[in-house]
Design a protein around this ligand. Structure first.
Ligand code: GAL
Length: 391
């Protein structure tokens, strides 16, 4: 009986063609910068800035409301937003009117992580409400479901089963609305979510604890993804958490590392800063078209580490056109620059290549046999390396 249930979950989910999230979702999420200060006016201002900054046209489409929007349920059990969001349907229409999409947040538990109303026992009803409002994306965060429901089960297997069933239930509820809604699993990577996230309809799943706006947190999440690259692909992505670029806690070199690493990882790119007040430098980091093209490459490969020595690492990602995106990382915060070197054969490339530095836009010309690069502390050099026709 149990085996049948598992199979039916898997087949219904994998039958879904990746028309949704065929490349890693791009957009913005309220949590990292605004936390409980998110409101209707904040969301409208972010939507406006997404367009005026050029970020929408660079591919950032989703405007996602995270935790703390929820009010109470009415007599019929229908969830209503709290006073910060007077009219969700009107807000969705506003966001859609800008050529953007709207995301929302809930939990399989009775309470969200910030203690607001979750979807427990109201999954189908909530999915219908979201669809009726015009929601296009749901982040579903484990939160109290762990302590209040799973913790009561006797065995690890039963706890795991409860979690899988809860995620699958909301997937079916979303699917049954008939509205395409990107489904983002958030349970911090426990129980190897990459093994089963796609089978419960997840388009992306958090693989890590929450990111913070500092190098060590970002590096722990990003560089920690090396072993799970093969689980990512069109329609289902590993998610090392939202971006912190522009929030002020890291240097420009560190934010460049953050963006480069996320692009190599084919990670969802959800900006987490205040788009309405960001600097030109932040826009340049978030909206570099060549870096975004690496993230959004249609082959959907997640890059991985190909070389490591001490605090120096080289990561590579095979792109649809046969070239490689190659990131040279210096994880030391101390001067001087690190000198990194890799043989082209270690990148499975021909002996002669052309290389382009995607952040500076400079062409390195033809290279033979190996690539040598100097990388500043906590910095990165990100290259697009293309086999040369005249090898
Ligand atoms: C955490 C989650 C964060 C944010 C927060 C809201 O569990 O990982 O990304 O959504 O809850 O309360």
């Amino acid at each position: 009986m149990m085996a049948c249930a598992i199979v039916s979950t898997i087949s219904s989910a994998s039958a879904k063609q990746p028309s949704l999230a065929s490349t890693p979702p791009m957009g913005w999420n309220s949590w990292n910068h605004f936390a409980d200060k998110v409101s209707d006016s904040v969301i409208r201002a972010q939507a406006d800035a997404m367009v005026s900054s050029g970020m929408r046209d660079a591919g950032y489409i989703y405007i996602n409301i995270d935790d703390t929007w929820q009010g109470v349920r009415d007599g019929q059990g229908v969830i209503h937003p709290n006073a910060k969001f007077p009219d969700m349907k009107a807000l969705a229409a506003y966001v859609h009117g800008k050529g953007l999409k709207l995301g929302i947040y809930s939990s399989p538990g009775a309470k969200t992580c910030a203690g607001f109303e979750g979807s427990y026992g109201h999954e189908e009803q909530d999915a219908k409400t979201y669809a009726d409002w015009g929601v296009d994306y749901l982040k579903y965060d484990l939160c109290s479901f762990h302590d209040e429901v799973m913790a009561k089960a006797k065995t690890k297997q039963q706890r795991h089963r409860l979690m899988i069933d809860a995620y699958a239930r909301m997937y079916r509820a979303l699917r049954d609305t008939g509205r395409p809604i990107v489904y983002s699993l958030c349970q911090y990577g426990v129980d190897a979510v990459w093994n089963w996230g796609a089978s419960v309809g997840g388009n992306l799943w958090r693989t890590t604890a929450d990111i913070s706006d500092n190098y060590d947190s970002m590096a722990m999440n990003g560089f920690g993804e090396a072993a799970i690259a093969r689980y990512a692909g069109p329609g289902h992505w590993n998610d090392p958490d939202m971006l912190e670029i522009g929030n002020g806690g890291m240097s420009a070199a560190e934010y460049q590392t953050h963006m480069s690493l996320w692009a190599l990882l084919a990670a969802p790119l959800l900006a987490g800063n205040d788009l309405a007040t960001m600097t030109a430098q932040t826009i340049a980091l978030l909206a570099n078209r060549e870096v975004i093209a690496i993230d959004q490459d249609s082959a959907g490969n997640q890059g991985t580490r190909v070389w490591m020595q001490g605090t120096n690492e080289i990561w590579a990602k095979k792109l649809a056109d046969g070239s490689r995106a190659v990131g040279f990382f210096n994880r030391s915060g101390e001067m001087p620059d690190a000198n990194l070197e890799i043989k082209l054969s270690d990148l499975k490339l021909t002996a002669t290549v052309r290389a382009r530095n995607v952040w500076t836009g400079s062409d390195l010309g033809k290279l033979h046999g190996k690539i040598q690069i100097a990388v500043p502390p906590h910095g990165v050099v990100l290259l697009k390396v293309t086999p040369s026709a005249a090898d």
